[in-house]
Ligand binder design. Structure first.
Ligand SMILES: Nc1nc2c(ncn2[C@@H]2O[C@H](COP(=O)(O)OP(=O)(O)O)[C@@H](O)[C@H]2O)c(=O)[nH]1
Ligand SMILES: [Mg+2]
Length: 263
């Protein structure tokens, strides 16, 4: 017969085994722990406490649905993999219940990397609970960090309509804007652009891209152009992210200050 005490012991042993597997980079353990955290299972919290903090670069990729975030993330994965880095992606799936197909689309666009063991891609779902997503995303980030992912990319639709305040979760926030969305750009300025460290005008193959870049430069010091479908501009984006991290490491506030006043 098993007493309640023994059950608790064996439960915590289970969780310490799970934590060890996560630390050794076991992908199934990573998935299992993230699921426990999404479900707010107490065992998940217990396992989380046993993890060791590492030094992952956490990068938020935010912007309206259709701006090209997932496509751009596919390109960033390719670039970081070429640098020998392990990449984890958390796609915060808040738009899928609006658009219906976003999750599938994300899978298709990122599937080039599906067989690469140095890449882990996970959709974070709301599961109908208010406020739970931000917490689960923040904790999933810690799991990926402990599992040895060097770069963690978090896709969200940004501030205001999202349960996840990306600026609290990510170290570097990249706002992705597509040209020809005049009203949306206006609406984004107040929130998203102000907290973004780097602004990307994606779909730079679009004729309105130059106007969008000019317009955004009045708001943000770092505005880059990309064509996510071909990879154009992605190496400049990777360089800008690295530079932001370098400045950020110099001390609180210096990244923003230095980027606003480069000299
Ligand atoms: N012409 C063009 N299309 C793009 C570009 N980047 C993405 N797309 C397309 O835009 C659509 C939305 O892209 P997706 O990455 O799903 O956007 P997300 O909703 O922001 O993740 C897809 O059909 C992409 O193929 C680009 O730079 N140029
Ligand atoms: Mg997407």
């Amino acid at each position: 017969m098993t007493t309640a005490g023994e059950q608790i012991t064996s439960g915590s042993e289970c969780m310490s085994a799970l934590a060890e597997q996560v630390k050794s980079g076991n992908i199934r353990a990573v998935s299992r722990l993230i699921s426990l955290l999404e479900d707010q299972h107490p065992g998940g919290t217990a396992a989380l406490r046993l993890l060791t903090r590492r030094q992952a670069a956490v990068i938020g990729i935010t912007g309206y649905p259709g701006a090209g975030k997932s496509t751009l993330i596919g390109q960033l994965i390719t670039t970081y993999r070429r640098l020998g880095l392990k990449v984890g992606v958390l796609a915060v799936d808040i738009s899928s219940h609006v658009t219906g197909g976003a999750l599938l689309g994300d899978r298709i666009r990122m599937q080039d990397h599906a067989l690469d063991h140095g890449v882990y891609i996970r959709s974070m779902a709301t599961r109908g609970r208010q406020g739970g997503l931000a917490r689960a995303t923040d904790r999933a980030k810690l799991v990926l960090d402990a599992a040895g992912y060097d770069v963690i990319l978090i896709e969200t639709i940004g501030v205001g309509q999202n349960e996840v305040d990306i600026v609290d979760v990510a170290q570097t926030v990249v706002a992705v804007v597509a040209p020809g969305l005049g009203d949306e750009v206006q609406a984004m300025k107040a929130g998203l652009l102000e907290m973004a460290h780097i602004v990307v005008v994606n779909k730079a193959d679009h004729p309105d891209a130059d106007a969008a870049v000019r317009d955004l430069r009045e708001w943000c010091p770092i505005v880059l152009r990309t064509v996510a479908t071909t990879g154009e501009g992605v190496s400049d984006l990777v360089a800008a992210i690295a530079e932001h991290r370098r400045l950020r490491d110099l001390g609180p506030g210096s990244a923003r200050a230095a980027m606003r006043h480069p000299n």
